[in-house]
Structure formats: C-alpha cells, structure tokens
Design a protein around this ligand. Structure first.
Ligand code: HEM
Length: 408
C-alpha cells in the first residue's frame, strides 16, 4: 500500500478523504512535520493552485487577520477555485470589513439567549426522545434515525419555520446540499437551492408584518445605519444558517457516537460520570473536525510559516490537521474525553468565528446526556458509510445496536 501524504494527495478530490480516518490523521502528521505550508497544484483546470496550511499556529495567524486574508471571494476551496462566491458582500461568511461587522451584529442579536433558550430546551427534549426510541428498537441507523432529526429541526425552530412546512424544507435542503454520495444531479441541486431561497423570501415577507421571537423576524426588522437589510441579505443569511448549522452538527454527533463505540474506556468514563459532558463535547468536536477546511484569498503579500504567499493567492486552512497538531495538543491521536486544555479550532477563530457554536455544542451535549441516561452499551452493526466531500468529513450512515442502561 502506498503512503498517503497531503503534498501528493489531491485535496480537491472528495475521494482522497475516503481513506480510513487513521490514514488521514497520519497524512496530516507527515505534512506538518515535512511540508507544513505548501503550494498545491490543481490538475486539469485553468486555476493556478492554492496554499495548504496544516499547522495550528499558521492557521490561527490567517484566521485572525481578515484584513490581509479575505473571505470576499469565497471561504471554501470549491468557490475560491471557481473565482468567487455569488453571495459575496451579502452573506456573513463571505463578507468582510464594516459590512461584515454590521451584519454579524444583527445576526448575534438573533442568537441572543432569549431566542436560544427555548430552542435548546427543544433540542434536549427531541434528542432524548429519539435516543429513547432507538434503544427501544434495539437496532438503528444512528445517522438516519437519530442525528438527521436534530439539527434541521433546531434550525427550523430558530428560523421560526411553521410546522406544516418542515418536511418540505428538509427535503429541499437534502437535495440542495447533500454530500451523501456523488450521484446527485447538479441541476436538481440548483433548482432545490432556488426553491429554498424563494421559500425564505416568502416567509420573510410574513415575518416583516408580524414579527415573532425568531431569527428571521430579527433579520427582517433590524436596521443598519437606519437602513433595513435587503431581501437578498435576509434570505442568503437564512440559507447560510442552514449551510452552517445542519450538516456540521449532524456529522459531529455521528462521528462522536462512532468514536465512543471505538473507545469503550471513554464510553465508561462518560456513563460513570468520571468525565463531564462539557469536556466530552469539546473532544468530540476536536476529534471529528467536521469542517475539514476553510479558505481565504490573500489581499497582499504575506509570509506564513516561512513561505511567501502572494497577493491574490488562495489559502486553505486545514482544521482537520490543526486540531491534531502535536505542538498544541498532547498526544493528539488519543481520544480523551477529559482533555484539558482543548483549544480546538473546529468552530474557526477570529472575525468569522462560528456564531452557532453555542447551539452546536448544545446539540452534542444533548446527545451525550441522552446516551448516558438511556444506553448501557452501543456496538456497530454494519459498516459506517462516509460522506463524499472535500470540505466536510463524517458519515451518512452508522448502523448500531443499543442495549438499555441499567437503572442508574
Ligand atoms: C458542530 C457544529 C458546527 C461547526 C463545526 C461549525 C463550524 C464553523 C466554522 C469553522 C466557521 C468559520 C468559517 C470561516 O472561517 O470561514 C463557521 C461559521 C459560521 N457558522 Fe458554524 N459550525 C457549526 C454549527 C453552526 C450552527 C448550529 C449554525 C447556525 C445555526 C452555524 C452558522 C454559522 C454561520 C452563519 C457562520 C458564518 C459566520 C461569519 O462568517 O461571521 N454554525 N462555522
């Protein structure tokens, strides 16, 4: 078997990330020690290539500096290599400077505790019910029967989507964004994406007249320098909550479940109360690193890790490597639910730090609490199916068998 090294692997190709997790961890370890910052060529496309940053401190240096490294041309490889993102300047994730600060302040109002508290209470109830049902059934696909029903329902609560619309919304989201395999048609995905945007435009018009305590109402009624947000800004930022909050949280839960089954000693530490749920959540986020990379474009020449990056270059920040950097994490290849400190960058860092971090953490915490309450033992019951992506990492199917917890 040939050894996988990042500087000869094609990081634009989703197939590269179908290698076993342990191989990918080794690939990044070799990259950090031999070639931590390197130029990745792109074969067969009229694009020059991109920089790969694999070390924690280099990733952080770029993350904290949105003046020299902008998101305005896209923040993931696919759009950066295409030459730009059509939502630039309107959607939080691909906007910088003053407009980003203003839009983000509106968004953060929408993520205030008053809005989030009832949403998190529902996350706990929903997760507890789903896990209890899975235990009663004995066997389940944890991805489809449990994890799939949590983040999108949470986002629908957050956005204030009426109950009757939720099933359609879920179906559209799957079609627009699914990374389950490589068989989906690109045209169908575009149609579904446009329908989603149209749906939010209609709901925004309703909420503008009759605001409630939800994110969409905050977006439709807020002003920046006395001006309301444009319709495009409102609907693109609703869409960005779905893109940002659904699959990332879902994949974290699924990878967390898988890691717990693979590490029975850690499972026992969790269920015996030897480690707290909060530190377990952080280790699951580090271990899973569901968003493998984000990216920026350099606005000016800059030296990072001893290499000269030129103005205009695409720069990719590999979270899935930074979170295993031995200069920052002791024994990073060990899954340790009690790890402290644990300053992972699963939610990014700096001006674009994930505004959904509290909610993402609450979803994983709800899963761990429900597992601790209802599950005695969990074992795999078939192969886990990896998703097909060069951006996100995790599994779309995880068949497991569960036995009930003894009365604790
Ligand atoms: C475990 C779950 C999650 C992970 C791992 C995650 C990860 C991230 C990361 C790494 C970024 C930074 C992107 C960049 O630097 O370009 C980000 C940004 C963002 N996330 Fe999350 N996220 C999660 C959950 C959520 C949730 C639940 C929501 C919303 C409900 C959300 C909404 C967003 C938005 C809107 C941004 C853009 C922020 C900005 O550019 O200022 N995320 N997320």
């Amino acid at each position: 078997m040939t050894t996988l090294t990042a500087d000869c692997a094609d990081l634009t190709d989703p197939h590269t990330f179908l290698a076993p997790d342990a191989e990918l961890v080794k690939m990044w370890r070799r990259t950090r020690s031999h070639n931590p910052v390197y130029w990745h060529r792109v074969q067969g496309r009229a694009v020059p290539g991109f920089w790969v940053l694999s070390r924690y401190h280099d990733v952080m240096e770029v993350y904290r500096d949105s003046k020299r490294f902008t998101s305005q041309y896209g923040n993931v490889l696919a759009t950066l290599l295409e030459g730009g993102d059509s939502a630039a300047g309107k959607m939080l994730a691909v906007t910088d400077g003053r407009r980003h600060r203003d839009l983000r302040n509106v968004m953060l109002k929408a993520f205030a505790p008053r809005v989030l508290e009832p949403v998190v209470a529902k996350v706990r109830e929903r997760t507890d019910r789903l896990v209890r049902r899975a235990v009663e059934a004995g066997d389940c696909d944890f991805a489809k029967d449990v994890a799939e029903h949590i983040p999108m329902a949470t986002i629908a609560d957050l956005l204030g989507v009426p109950a009757g619309d939720r099933e359609d919304l879920l179906a559209l989201t799957k079609e627009a964004l699914s990374t389950d395999d490589d068989s989906g048609s690109a045209d169908e995905a575009v149609v579904a994406r446009n329908e989603l945007l149209f749906y939010f435009a209609q709901l925004a018009a309703v909420r503008r007249k009759d605001p409630r305590d939800d994110v969409l109402s905050v977006l439709t009624t807020s002003t920046v320098n006395g001006e309301p947000l444009t319709e495009q800004e409102i609907i693109l930022n609703c869409y960005s909550i779905i893109i940002g909050g659904d699959e990332t949280s879902r994949l974290s839960m699924i990878s967390g479940m898988r890691a717990l089954m693979e590490h029975p000693q850690q499972w026992r530490r969790l269920t015996s109360g030897d480690v707290g749920v909060d530190s377990a959540v952080e280790e699951i986020l580090r271990w899973a690193s569901p968003a493998m990379h984000f990216g920026r474009r350099a606005r000016e020449d800059a030296e990072i890790g001893g290499r000269l990056l030129r103005a205009g270059d695409v720069v990719t920040l590999w979270i899935s490597s930074a979170n295993y950097d031995e200069d920052v994490f002791a024994d990073p290849g060990t899954f340790d639910l009690g790890r402290t400190p644990n300053k992972h960058v699963a939610f990014g860092y700096g001006p674009h730090f994930c505004p959904g971090a509290y909610l993402g953490r609450a979803e994983i915490a709800a899963m761990l609490l429900a597992l601790r309450t209802h599950v005695g033992d969990a074992v795999p019951n078939g192969p886990a199916r990896p998703i097909h992506s060069n951006f996100l990492h995790g599994y779309s199917s995880l068949p497991i068998s569960l036995t009930p917890a003894p009365a604790r």
